[in-house]
Structure formats: C-alpha cells, structure tokens
Design a protein around this ligand. Sequence first.
Ligand SMILES: Nc1ncnc2c1ncn2[C@@H]1O[C@H](COP(=O)(O)OP(=O)(O)OP(=O)(O)O)[C@@H](O)[C@H]1O
Ligand SMILES: [Mg+2]
Length: 242
Amino acid sequence: MEDYILTVKNLTKTFDDFKALNNISFNIKYGDFFGLIGPNGAGKSTLLRILYDIVIPDSGSVYINGFNLKRDYKKIKYGLGIVPQDDNLDEDLSVFENLLIYSMYFGIPKKESMKRSDELLIFFNLTDKKYSKVADLSGGLRRRLMIARALINDPSLIILDEPTTGLDPEYRQNIWNKLTVLNKNGVTILMSTHYMDEAERLFRNMIILNRGNIVLSGCINDITLNKKSLEEIFLDIAKNNK
Ligand SMILES: Nc1ncnc2c1ncn2[C@@H]1O[C@H](COP(=O)(O)OP(=O)(O)OP(=O)(O)O)[C@@H](O)[C@H]1O
Ligand SMILES: [Mg+2]
C-alpha cells in the first residue's frame, strides 16, 4: 500500500435502489496525473465525493496517504486539496478573504496564510483581483480561485472534478499549464473531465467509468491499444448506453 497515495477497494454506493458505483477498485501512484473519464451520470462525482468525505459509501475501503478514510479523515484532510464540480466560493467576500477563511479550516496561522495566499494569487495570475468581490469575477477567474484555494494547505494530492468545463480555450490551457507545473513539483493529481483532448494531453493513467463500473483502465496505450482514439472509445460507450 506504501507505493500508492490512494487505494480504493471494492467501493459501492447505492442511492435508493440505484447503484451509482458498483464494486470499484483502483490505485493511484505517488506523483501520478490520474484521470477519471465517463459520460454524464457515470458516477465520477459520486466517487470523488466519497474521497473527500461528502458521500458515505455503502461498502468498500479507501486509503489516502496511508490513512483509512473511514477512521482518519481528519488526518487525511491536511494533505488533500479539493476542487468540487460546483462552485462553492463565498460570493460576498473578496478573493483574498476567500483564501484566508479557507486556510482557517486547516489551522494555518494568519501570517503564514497571508503569505501563502499572496503566492497563490501570483501563481494563478489573480493578484490584480485580490480585493475584488468573488461575485464580480468571470467564470474562468472563479475556477482559478477554486484551484488556488485547494492549494492553501500545500496538499500532496489534489482532486478536481471537471475543473475546465465551460472555460474558453485560453483559460483551459492556462489551467493545464498550472496543473502540469504542480504535478512536476510532485503533487499527485486526480481529475475528472469530459474533454478527451485534455485527457490525452494530461493523464498518465486513467479509468473510464460507465454506469458505476470501471470499463477500461491504464495508460492511454492500454486503453486505446493504439487502435482507436479516446474520443471514439468514449462515443462508443455513450452510444451503447442508449
Ligand atoms: N444524492 C443523490 N441522490 C440520488 N441520486 C444521486 C445522488 N448523487 C448522484 N446520484 C445519481 O448517481 C448517478 C451518478 O451521478 P454522478 O453525479 O456521480 O455522475 P457524474 O459521472 O459525475 O456525471 P456528470 O458528468 O454529469 O457530472 C446519477 O444517476 C445521479 O443521478
Ligand atoms: Mg459529475
């Protein structure tokens, strides 16, 4: 288990009588850039929400950084950065205040959190928006702030649920570049997307989920076997669901 930053074993989640996740198992190596792909309703967000302790699974186990999620989320959270699918920034506060308030959740001392916030604003080219109200930011800037916020505790693993959905090509590329730099600096990344060009470009390993099951997994060559593009594979899966 020490080789993996994240281990998921036999995870199942049912909503009423609907199986959103069916006996899912996979591992993520330290330093990986790991992708999660699948059509709408495949179970991606359910899986990610389980990993950041918003949804409780029916059965199965999760280990992050060697800690058991069920017992030790309080220890896990210090090493984890989270960018959920839905924007949950505080609208009425400034960009800077959003970062400072979030850092309190990790007990980071004020002086340190101000320093880290300033560094993150520089990294995400948000310095000129430091005192802007979040409500006044464009969608692309909000998304950058969501990622900046997820890094305030200097996590070893960041989990991002469709961080580039709805962004224009320039903003998408900007986020790819930032994530690539973070990954090169040793941060493990787990991220979902609907964009196959993004998946091909970023992910070293991935799983494809469909209707709560892992249908394909591995590196891009394992998945495509060099025969089809990821896009074609995705379309085949979606077509068979109809
Ligand atoms: N709290 C809930 N109550 C009932 N059903 C739910 C709940 N959360 C998710 N589901 C259902 O579980 C299935 C998987 O949803 P999930 O949000 O995990 O999919 P997804 O792969 O993230 O989809 P998308 O690409 O649209 O974000 C869907 O059919 C969804 O309706
Ligand atoms: Mg989702």
